[in-house]
Design a binder for this molecule. Sequence first.
Ligand code: PBG
Length: 320
Amino acid sequence: MITRPRRLRKTQAIRNLTSETRLTPSMMIYPVFVREGRNIIEDIPSMPGQKRYSPDKLPLILERAAKANIGGVLLFGIPEHKDESASSAYDEDGVIQQAIRLSKREFPDLTIIGDVCMCEYTSHGHCGIIKNNEVDNDSTLEYLARIALSQAQSGVDIVAPSAMMDGQIKAIREVLDANNFHDTLIFSYAVKYASGFYGPFREAAGSAPSFGDRKTYQMDIRNVREALKEALIDIDEGADMLIIKPGLAYLDVLKTVKENTLVPVASYSVSGEYAMIKAASLNGWLDEKKIACEIAISQVRAGADIIITYYALELAEWLR
Ligand code: PBG
C-alpha cells in the first residue's frame, strides 16, 4: 500500500522531519573579491550587495562568515599590476597571498580556498600564457603550479584551479607534493562551461578577455558526456573535490557527474545567477529570499554536496 502523501505535509515540523533535502551552513562557500590597496570597500555595480575589499578590510566580511558557520570562503585576487605572465598571481606579497595569510592568522578555523587562475592577473585577460594569439595549454601548466604553490606557502587550505587547462590538476598535485604540501586539497573546477553567466564577475575582477573568448578552453554548453570525461580525468589526476559551474542551468550535468563519481561535488551559482535574482527582486518582481532558497535546494536535490554562492551568508543567516 502506498501511504497518503498529504499526511507528510500536515505541519511544518513534520515537513521538516520528513524532507528529502537539507541545507546547512556547513555546505556553503562564499566567494569574496580582494583587491590590492588599503582601506577600500567598494561596490560592484552589477552585483548589488557584493563588494571588493582591500586585505586590511577583509576581516569585516570574514568575521560574518565565521559567525555564520559556513563551510568556507573562496578568495579571488584583483591585483594593481597585470602582465603577460600573471606575475602578481605568484608574487609572495601579491594581494591573494596577503589575503590568505591574514585570513588564516585572524580566522584559523575558517576554511580558506584560493581560486587558481590567471585571467584576473594577465594584461590580456585570458586564463593562460598566449602564444601565436592563442592560449597555450602546456606552457600555462607551470604557471598554474607556481600560483598554487605560492598560495599553499601562504597557508591556504584548498586550491581551486579554474583555468580549464588539460593536465592542470596533475601539475598542481605534483608541485604541492614535491614541496610537502600533501594535505593541501585540490577543489577542481573540472566542469566549467563557456557561459554568459560570468559577465558580472568579469566586471568585478576586471578579467574580461581583451580579444577572442574562452571557448577554446572552457566547455561547450551543449555537451554533457564531455563533462563526465573532464570530471573523471581530474579525479584520476588527483582532484579531491569537483566544481560544476554555472549552477542552475547545469543541474543535469551536476546529477550525471554526481552519480558517476565518488568525490564531493559542488554546484557554483555564479555571478550572473546572483545578478538575475538581485535585479528582479530589486524591481519587486521576485521574492529574493524564496528564490535564493529554492535555487539552493534545487542544487542539493540534484546532488550537490557543496554549494558555492554569493548568497551563502544570507542563506546561512536565514537558516537560523
Ligand atoms: C576565473 C573564474 C571565473 C569565474 C570563477 N573563476 C571567470 C571566468 O571564467 O570568466 C566566474 C565566477 C562567477 O561568475 O561568479 N577563470
